[in-house]
Design a protein around this ligand. Structure first.
Ligand code: 4HQ
Length: 180
């Protein structure tokens, strides 16, 4: 599976290069393609944000850098914008997304992104919960972690069998013990 991540803070994704996901990327089971939206700005001062038209607090991410980034990289597959307005992430959604060949994830900052960028990318919105973060990066990492562990070959054989037998029971685990 190819996972494209559009962000203003690529360095925030270092932690997912470690652990199980890092190994899956090293083994070629997944491909993490992390791109910096700022690299696509056509503004002479490299700005990527602007004030909301008609007023409102804070700043919004501009359409141009996002759309240029998406087009120039020829991203394909479903595009997901991490947003507290979105469909709440669940095991069912993770399972659904684990079956995709390519996913593009847009991480917003400031007050969010200009709605025209979301329309242009036909982005679906997914939320990790009813609370407000400073950016979509941590939300994206949580979603990616929940998806990638379901891809065959990412966890050890023993673990994947466990997933088969638990499927939706994963979230209802009983207390477990190592030997006394
Ligand atoms: N965000 N689930 C993006 C979130 C969030 C969430 C806050 C994402 C602000 C711009 N994302 N912006 N909750 O709180 O996904």
């Amino acid at each position: 599976m190819k996972i494209n991540i559009m962000t203003l803070f690529p360095e925030m994704f270092e932690p997912i290069r470690a652990s199980m996901i890092g190994r899956a990327a090293d083994n070629g089971i997944i491909e993490l393609n992390i791109v910096n939206i700022r690299d696509y700005t056509e503004d002479k001062h490299c700005r990527v944000d602007d004030t909301p038209f008609g007023g409102g607090a804070g700043m919004l991410m501009q359409v141009q850098p996002i759309v240029s980034c998406y087009r120039q990289n020829e991203f394909a597959g479903r595009t997901i914008y991490m947003s507290p307005r979105g469909r709440k992430l669940s095991q069912e959604i993770a399972e659904e997304l684990a079956g995709e060949g390519e996913l593009t994830i847009l991480c917003g900052h400031y007050e969010g992104v200009d709605e025209r960028a979301l329309t242009e990318l036909s982005a679906e919105e997914i939320s990790i919960g009813d609370y407000v973060l400073t950016g979509g990066e941590l939300a994206a990492m949580m979603m990616i972690d929940s998806i990638v562990r379901l891809i065959p070959g990412v966890l050890g054989g023993e673990k994947s069998a466990e997933i088969e037998s638990f499927s939706d029971g994963e979230t209802l685990e009983f207390p477990q013990y190592t030997r006394p």
